[in-house]
Design a protein around this ligand. Structure first.
Ligand SMILES: [Zn+2]
Length: 300
């Protein structure tokens, strides 16, 4: 399969306000697998941008797709696309290890699932700007004693992720404030987004805004249910798709070189041609070869 088409759970709204939902996605080629396995970038969000800008061929009527467009995609749409790239490149099945979250246990737990079973929730309203009212208690009171309840916001996108994810490790509270400052576009008549606006929001107001954002956003549900074979307790844990996929790429690069060697050896194709193939295509040729070799052996 050279590419496949899907519908984004959120969608891309262009500068003219048109919503684009159909996307064309290609698997990684061997060359891209190699490039990504060896690439050093700051933060997983930047790596997701790199992957998607290479594999997403079209968004609605917009083609080619560049990094700026990929950064403009909503967080859930990026996750969804990464799922599809992984599925097209390595197949639907995922076998991974997680650790039992109970501090007195911590045993390794094998999980096994199909990407097709991951629940995807489409967003009902497409934005790009959403409005909501804060509750009476959460309203902001200005210098004149006037109450402001109306909040305008947009949903977090790839650029926000790239800005916020390096902060997340050191200072989670600061990262969340930064994110809110970027996404809250105005409260009442105050239309200057940024830190100052966020500082005016009470914890209750922040919570109400975050809840509403979650309610209107599309979602890829990566919370996995599992049962620990050691202690027998059931738990749910977020599955880190990015970590898993990038780890998988690093591990499979050795195999990639072996496959390239095998195909070059038997078919006398050049490295460059083979590296342009997707894994699925390499595997298909390897299967044909295996059948052929078996047939020859049986004929002797
Ligand atoms: Zn356990």
């Amino acid at each position: 399969m050279d590419f496949a088409t899907f519908q984004l759970p959120g969608g891309y709204i262009d500068e003219g306000g048109t919503l684009h939902r159909e996307v064309e996605v290609a698997p990684l080629s061997g060359r891209e697998e190699e490039f990504l396995a060896n690439k050093q970038v700051k933060g997983a969000a930047a790596l997701v941008t790199t992957v998607l800008s290479r594999c997403v061929r079209r968004i609605g009527t917009m083609s080619p797709v560049n990094e700026v467009m990929v950064r403009n995609l909503l967080v859930a749409d990026r996750q969804y696309l990464l799922l599809k790239v992984r599925e097209l490149t390595f197949g639907e099945n995922v076998q991974a290890n997680i650790f039992c979250p109970w501090p007195d246990c911590g045993a390794r737990v094998d999980i096994d699932f199909s990407m097709g079973d991951i629940p995807i929730r489409e967003s009902a309203q497409k934005g790009p700007v959403y409005r909501m009212d804060l509750s009476e208690d959460a309203a902001i009171v200005d210098g004149q004693g006037l109450k402001h309840k109306e909040v305008l916001f947009r949903l977090p996108n790839g650029t926000d992720q790239e800005v916020v994810s390096p902060l997340l490790r050191d200072n989670e509270a600061k990262a969340l404030s930064t994110l809110l400052g970027r996404c809250v576009l105005g409260v009442g008549y105050m239309k200057n987004p940024g830190d100052e606006l966020v500082r005016m929001l009470s914890p209750l107001a922040r919570m109400e805004i975050e809840k509403e954002m979650e309610a209107v956003a599309p979602a890829v549900d990566l919370i996995m249910g599992a049962k620990c074979p050691e202690c027998g307790r059931e738990f749910s844990i977020p599955f880190d798709l990015q970590d898993f996929f990038f780890g998988e790429l690093k591990i499979s690069v050795d195999l990639l070189y072996r496959e390239v060697h095998y195909l070059a050896y038997h078919y006398h194709w050049g490295e460059r041609e083979i590296m342009e193939m997707s894994r699925e295509k390499r595997r298909r040729y390897i299967e044909v070869l295996a059948d052929e070799i078996e047939r020859l052996n049986n004929a002797v």
